[in-house]
Design a protein. Structure first.
Length: 219
């Protein structure tokens, strides 16, 4: 199964994708996580992506498409995957369609998580993650038991460099200009499902499971 998770920055895509991984055995292909890994490893791609990411701009399509195609090929023979943060432009979506067609595959589900702009900044600025295991927290909505430590006891929490209020506004602006057109692109298929992401994490999860279980029953 191939799932695309659309939504603005901070909507809760990563939070909900973890559930898709656990429940449906899908591989989580997050373009943001892959880019952060490349940066940590100091690769050429990581170095090229750094200034775009830190200022809230999109990394150029050619770099992202090459990176994601490699990941998709590797995941190709597994039980399926969920794309989180890719595609993010119409150009990326066209390249993805072309590659899937060549591999005789297609996208099964496109999930569009809708969240009002006013909530996004609050969610992003309060986000923290464990510097060792990557577990995600929010200082208000999903706080750790001990102020700055991971509940699993493995390490201190960190904040992403692009999670400042100023950079977040740039990311939201770019989402509206470059990524939101994907909603009408995928509305030309019958795979697109909208999810209200303005509610609590558990309520979003319940709606997501409802949609996914419905789709799996019909297949
Ligand atoms: P990326 O890492 O993909 O960032 P993003 O899309 O901006 O998304 P986030 O990871 O910030 O948010 P999320 O929706 O996953 O929210 P989360 O679940 O963490 O990309 C980073 C950068 O990489 C981009 O800016 C760009 O430069 C580059 N890049 C990546 N992909 C690219 C591409 N395809 N093309 C070009 N450039 C690319 O939740 C956020 C917080 O809210 C958490 O603290 C969580 O606990 C909390 N939360 C979640 N759900 C709820 C809820 N329902 N109620 C209350 N709180 C909630």
């Amino acid at each position: 199964m191939i799932v695309i998770f659309l939504g603005p920055p901070g909507a809760g895509k990563g939070t909900q994708c973890k559930l898709l991984v656990d429940r449906y055995g899908l591989k989580h292909l997050s373009s943001g996580d892959i880019l952060r890994r490349e940066r940590k490893e100091g690769t050429n791609l990581g170095k090229q992506a750094q200034s775009y990411m830190d200022s809230g701009q999109l990394v150029p399509d050619d770099l992202i498409v090459a990176m994601m195609m490699k990941e998709i090929q590797t995941a190709g023979n597994s039980g399926g995957f969920v794309l989180d943060g890719f595609p993010r432009t119409i150009g990326q979506a066209l390249e993805l369609d072309k590659a899937l067609e060549e591999a005789d595959k297609e996208v099964d589900v496109v999930l569009n998580l809708r969240v009002d702009d006013i909530k996004l900044e609050e969610r992003i600025v309060g986000r923290r993650s464990c510097s060792r295991c990557g577990a995600a927290y929010h200082m208000i909505f999903n706080p750790p038991q001990n102020d700055n430590l991971c509940d699993r006891g493995c390490g201190p929490l960190m904040q992403r460099a692009d999670d400042t209020a100023e950079v977040v506004r740039n990311r939201i602006k770019n989402y509206h200009e470059l990524t939101s057109p994907l909603i009408s692109y995928y509305s030309q298929t019958d795979n697109l499902h909208h999810i209200d992401g303005n509610v609590s994490i558990d309520e979003v999860t319940a709606e997501l499971l409802n949609i996914m279980d419905g789709i799996l029953q019909d297949t």
